[in-house]
Design a protein around this ligand. Structure first.
Ligand SMILES: Nc1ncnc2c1ncn2[C@@H]1O[C@H](COP(=O)(O)OP(=O)(O)O)[C@@H](O)[C@H]1O
Ligand SMILES: [Mg+2]
Length: 260
């Protein structure tokens, strides 16, 4: 199904941001523009250090842009807070809270009572592959499980936009494959718009409806690719191989530019 009909849910126009380090100014983002439709799965790939996390921090309202604007449902907004749930690059689980209580953290911040939040979280333990681990603490969980707790916390916030910053970056290849299939299942069930940052071209191709490629720092959008193949996809399909080649070429140019 093509979700690119009608007006986009989210339009990001010309976002720029610099940081100052003493007297030096580091331009991190330079006029980033992209859009996302309702229920669409967007992947953003770009070289390390090109400003991907900074971009998400702006969308989440943690830092402000120097220039540019964000339009949500056709209206200008300062950030997406209230409509999005953000899973930052680090899983940020609290070591003193068990699985269930880490999972409900977002709901608690939204003012929900612990008891009803826990009840709701319990219902999702199975689909998140955490059944039997609700009393475990983060340090007792595998990397994949910790990521699932963080993702469960993000999804329990029940927002229509998910920002996922390299959610599987730290996992081994096999666990990552399992988690990707599982994320697609959760996305299918809950139907949010997803913006996912990854440095992995294959991950973007397996998951996304549309892929944006960023330049090296200062990051801007270098190109985009609509991926219309049915899911589940295999990276070995001939047409996927062609897409991968195209994306890698775009990225490699950027990595070469970034070399001294
Ligand atoms: N708060 C900050 N102050 C100064 N520099 C920052 C800050 N946040 C990020 N940077 C710098 O911005 C650049 C881009 O960082 P980041 O957005 O984390 O990139 P990516 O997520 O693409 O790897 C890096 O050089 C980083 O050091
Ligand atoms: Mg990052």
């Amino acid at each position: 199904m093509n979700k690119r009909t009608g007006d986009p849910l989210l339009q990001i126009n010309g976002l720029s941001r610099a940081f100052s380090n003493g007297k030096d100014k580091l331009q991190v983002l330079q006029s980033v523009s992209l859009d996302a439709c309702e229920g669409e799965f967007i992947a953003i790939i770009g070289p390390s250090g090109c400003g991907k996390s900074t971009f998400f921090n702006i969308l989440a309202g943690l830092i402000s842009p120097d220039e540019g604007n964000i339009m949500l449902d056709g209206k200008k907004v300062p950030h997406l807070r209230g409509r999005m749930a953000y899973m930052q690059q680090k899983d940020l689980l609290l070591p003193w809270r068990n699985t269930l209580d880490n999972a409900i953290l977002g709901m608690e911040i939204q003012g929900r009572h612990k008891r009803s939040a826990r009840e709701q979280a319990r219902e999702l333990l199975k689909i998140f592959g955490l059944e039997g681990f609700e009393e475990h603490y983060p340090q007792e969980l595998s990397g994949g499980m910790r990521q699932r707790v963080a993702l469960m916390r993000t999804i329990l916030c029940k927002k229509d936009i998910l920002l996922l910053d390299e959610p599987f970056g730290a996992l081994d290849a096999m666990t990552r494959g399992i988690m990707q299939r599982w994320l697609l299942k959760v996305w299918g069930q809950f139907g949010p718009s997803v913006l996912l940052v990854t440095h992995d071209v294959e991950e973007a191709l397996i998951l996304a409806d549309r892929i944006y490629v960023m330049t090296s720092r200062p990051g801007s959008i270098k190109g985009s690719l609509q991926v219309s193949f049915e899911r589940p996809r295999r990276i070995t399909q001939a047409d996927m191989v062609d897409c991968k080649k195209y994306l890698l070429e775009l990225l490699e140019e950027e990595i070469m530019v970034g070399q001294p």
